[in-house]
Design a protein around this ligand. Structure first.
Ligand code: PLP
Length: 380
């Protein structure tokens, strides 16, 4: 079946007790056991619950995986993947990654003995050179955040496997509607479900999806041992979000392309970062790897400093000034002070996240209204 059909039907069974077409929301934290052997399908909701399992089943199918695990947030999912590592192990990661992931790797894992090397993931020679015998994980984000760099996932999977390491891909910006890394050879997909999967700025969630059964078991063991699971209400809302994911992401991506093209010709805009533009360095890889759109996040640098950029982001009305992305409402933010404020300033500038960089998350509003809102803000 097609993606959109599976998003509605896989894992989402009508309630046999009532005939309700939407599976019920099970809030129970514990489940009665027929005997003391603890072999019933459910026992305690940290280990598994029916509403969470329904969402996990749909997501695993959409991502072409064998198993999905739903977490309390994207960072909880990322943390669980890094719990596969031990002191002395090494992570190779991109420079263009979410600020919270940068903080987890550099401020929490590094002092605990896990080595981290950040490289430009678009430079495959640099990725190869960064790998050491201790490398156990390559962590990529494509499109990257906030510069929208595109990683060649299949090539990175080969590099990782040649080194005996795993390739994990943060696919928050692309979603399974646009890119499915497990089909390209990656081992782990991570989503912040807070973004497009939820899609309406009303929940926090994360997910890991894998192909390999044993890896899935190991991650589930770690998830159950550490406890950062997605709650039933969030699971229910994520199942609902998946049903419209494809439609939302395609329409939002088309509007983002229109806005990127318009911004590219604007006299106050120095540079637009969007993989859908033919002059973006990752455009050719994105055309090959992304299917049906280039995502709905873009960033641009204005001709001016941090103060000027701040004036722009504080002047829009439809674009609301907020971190996060991926919802039906358009958002605008200043990475230097907001989403990437947890980077060291020098590290941030060194990787090209300039003070005057503005990031947009394009929602479901109509293009002319969003364009007019930005035009007014850029004229301040
Ligand atoms: C690309 C990316 N990865 C991971 C995360 C972390 O997700 P969460 O906020 O759900 O913990 C975010 C959040 O903004 C993100 O944008």
């Amino acid at each position: 079946m097609e993606f959109r059909t599976r998003a509605i039907h896989v894992g989402q069974h009508r309630d046999p007790a009532t005939g309700a077409v939407v599976p019920p929301l099970h809030l129970a934290s514990t489940f009665v056991q027929p005997d003391a052997s603890m072999t019933a399908p459910y026992d305690y909701a940290r280990t598994g619950s029916p509403t969470r399992h329904a969402f996990e089943a749909t997501l695993a199918d959409l991502d072409g995986g064998g198993r999905a695990l739903a977490f309390a947030s994207g960072m909880a999912a990322t943390r669980c993947a890094t719990d596969l590592l031990a002191p002395g192990d090494h992570i190779v990661t991109g420079t263009d990654i979410y600020g919270g992931t940068w903080r987890l790797f550099n401020k929490l894992l590094l002092p605990r003995g896990i080595m981290v090397t950040a490289v430009d993931m678009t430079d495959l020679d640099a990725v190869r050179a960064a790998v050491t015998p201790a490398t156990k994980l390559i962590w990529s984000e494509s499109p990257g955040n906030p510069l929208l760099s595109i990683t060649d996932i299949a090539a990175c999977a080969t590099i990782a496997h040649d080194a005996g390491a795993l390739l994990a891909c943060d696919m928050t910006l692309a979603t399974p509607a646009l890119t499915r890394p497990l089909e390209l050879g990656a081992d782990i997909v991570m989503h912040s479900a807070t973004k497009y999967i939820g899609g309406h700025s009303d929940l926090l969630g994360g997910a890991l999806v894998v192909r390999d059964k044993q890896l899935g078991e190991k991650l589930h063991w770690l998830q159950n041992a550490t406890g950062s699971v997605m709650g039933p209400l969030e699971s229910f809302l994520c199942s609902r979000g998946l049903k419209t994911l494809d439609l939302r992401v395609r329409v939002q991506s088309a509007t983002a392309l229109d806005l990127a093209t318009w911004l590219d010709g604007h006299p106050r805009v120095r540079r637009v970062h969007y993989p859908g533009l033919p002059d973006h360095p990752g455009h050719a890889t994105a055309v090959r790897q992304m299917n049906g759109g280039f995502g709905a996040v873009l960033s641009f640098e204005i001709d001016g400093d941090l103060t000027a950029a701040r004036r722009v982001v504080e002047s829009t009305t439809l674009f609301q000034l907020a971190v996060s992305l991926g919802a039906v409402e358009s958002l605008i933010e200043l990475p230097a002070l907001m989403s990437h404020g947890s980077y060291d300033t020098a590290a941030r500038r060194a990787v090209g996240i300039e003070d005057g960089l503005i990031r947009l998350s394009v929602g479901l509003e109509a293009f002319p209204d969003l364009r007019d809102d930005l035009a007014a803000a850029l004229s301040t």
